[in-house]
Write a protein that binds this ligand. Structure first.
Ligand code: ADP
Length: 479
């Protein structure tokens, strides 16, 4: 891997301001299967040490002014943007997404650090007229304390950035446990955090292959005030159960199964563009990826034709290579799931329009299937891969019912132009986020999050700060 600054490829864990070596686990490049690095495999004692350090460091960090925290975060943001190419290269190598997309993720992740750093100065409380003549009421906002974060492999930088930014801005300290498949983007962030002047213990990165034990420790440890997690609903449920004994606060960004609706009055070319980005970004491996595409009968054939042409133009390959638009899937299990969803749909009557084959390694052809029945697995479960399933519908009521027939409720998308319909559908979808005539909704300035079993809490925007703050009500008497 060629880097301008080779010290950004850091294989050690970062605990309480110290770089830690020890046993290691291997990190591989999903495009080639090559081992990129052997990374420190932290023990549970290391996790405890990081939490102890965070507990101590948090007090001094919270005592700083918002402006002081903002200055450190601004520096961290600037260092990330200066290192964007290297950070993108590391991310591409460990996760597989195309280099341009990887660099885009670095800018996206960094934007949270910039934005929340600015917000650190604006954690306003409230005054409330007293309920009795001699009383005055004041509401303070204070940091929750130590935050334990568990993050997934699909956005190795941004999933940490989205959490650490509001936490640090609020005055919390933060212990991150990145996915074992992609720890190098996390340790690179720690290198830059240290350079930016984030104090020892305020941001630790415990790399290890012991996900379940680490989660258990974070949930049980009384010094941890809050867990923030992005990943599957299954693991989110485990963490909630484990956190019950100590009443942990929880922010959970869990599974999605986004419906994408195309109505007769939609701009079809725009809808195809939106479907391509919503479906094939990160090779279908995002929690807001369009998982099921419902198209109204009047435009179904025309949309299928245009979408098929766009999908055929994609170029799967090693993300480091010029012109590649979709990388590999993350591992063998991901390919198995894609194959399972495809064969299940076909066995129930779906037709493969384009793609449909494995390409060697963990690469899979970008695929379009049409006439998918509502009973198919793709209609109900997150595929997390490059299969676009088309389902025909007739009426607005019918498609809203189909879209909402899911235990998930993260993102939904639709293309339509009739104003009254736009309002009805936007209000009718049971999701935390709705893309209307757009397939790309993520930004640091808006609240990202789900309803139903897609999670709790919001990341990004002024609302995202609330997840890391406690309200304290002061009642002043005798006035
Ligand atoms: P994905 O399917 O995206 O890998 P997971 O929920 O399995 O979603 O993984 C998300 C993160 O949760 C990863 O860092 C993974 O290592 C971690 N993880 C997996 N199992 C557990 C668990 N039992 N407790 C805590 N973290 C876990």
């Amino acid at each position: 891997m060629k880097l301008n600054d080779p010290t950004l490829l850091e294989t050690r864990a970062y605990i309480n301001g110290e770089w830690r070596e020890g046993d290691t686990f291997a990190v591989t490049n999903p495009a080639t299967g090559d081992v990129i690095a052997n990374v420190t495999d932290c023990s549970i004692a290391d996790v405890q040490e990081a939490i102890d350090g965070a507990y101590v460091a948090q007090k001094a960090w919270a005592a700083k002014t918002g402006k002081e925290r903002a200055a450190v975060m601004r520096k961290w943001y600037e260092l990330m943007m200066e290192a964007q190419d290297d950070l993108g290269t590391i991310l591409c190598a460990e996760m597989g997404k195309p280099l341009a997309e990887a660099k885009g993720e670095i800018a996206y992740g960094a934007s949270f650090i910039e934005w929340f750093g600015e917000e650190a100065k604006r954690v306003y409380g409230d005054t409330i007229p007293g309920h009795q003549p001699d009383k005055r009421i004041v509401v303070l906002k204070q940091p929750v304390g130590v935050v334990g974060a568990i993050t997934p492999w699909n956005f190795p930088n941004a999933m940490i950035a989205r959490k650490v930014a509001p936490a640090l801005a609020a005055g919390c300290s933060f212990v991150a446990r990145p996915a074992e498949l992609t720890p190098l983007s996390a340790t690179a962030m720690a290198v830059l955090a240290e350079r930016a002047g984030v104090p020892a213990g305020v941001f630790s990165v415990v790399t290890n292959s012991k996900a379940a034990e680490t989660g258990q420790e974070m949930c049980a440890n009384p010094k941890v005030a809050k867990i923030t997690f992005t990943g599957s609903t299954r693991v989110g449920q485990i963490l909630m159960r484990q956190g019950a004994d100590t009443i942990k606060k929880m922010s959970l960004e869990l599974g999605g199964n986004a419906p994408f609706l195309v109505f007769d009055d939609a701009d079809l070319d725009a809808a195809v563009d939106g479907a391509m980005i919503a479906k094939f970004r990160n090779n279908g491996q995002t929690c807001v990826c369009a998982n099921r595409i419902y198209v109204q009968a009047g435009v179904y054939d025309a949309f299928a034709k245009k979408l098929s042409a766009a999908i055929s133009a994609l170029k799967p390959g090693n993300g480091m290579d010029e012109g590649v638009t979709t990388g590999p899937l993350i591992n063998e299990a991901a390919v198995t799931k894609v194959e399972e969803h495809l064969s299940d749909a076909v066995s129930k009557g779906a037709r493969v329009v384009t793609g449909g084959n494995r390409l060697g390694g963990t690469f899979f052809e970008p695929t379009l299937i049409a006439d998918v029945p509502a009973t198919a697995k793709v209609s109900h479960e997150e595929t997390f891969g490059p299969i676009a399933p088309l389902i025909k519908f007739d009426t607005e009521e019918e498609v809203i019912a189909l879209a909402n027939d899911s235990e998930f409720g993260l993102a939904g998308y639709f293309y339509a132009n009739d104003l009254a319909r736009v309002w009805r559908v936007a209000e009718g979808l049971e999701t935390g986020m709705v893309g209307i005539n757009t397939g790309l909704i993520s930004t640091e300035v808006a609240p990202f999050g789900g309803v139903k079993q897609s999670g709790l809490g919001r990341e990004g925007s002024k609302y995202g700060m609330d997840d890391y703050l406690e309200l304290k009500y002061l009642c002043m008497g005798g006035i």
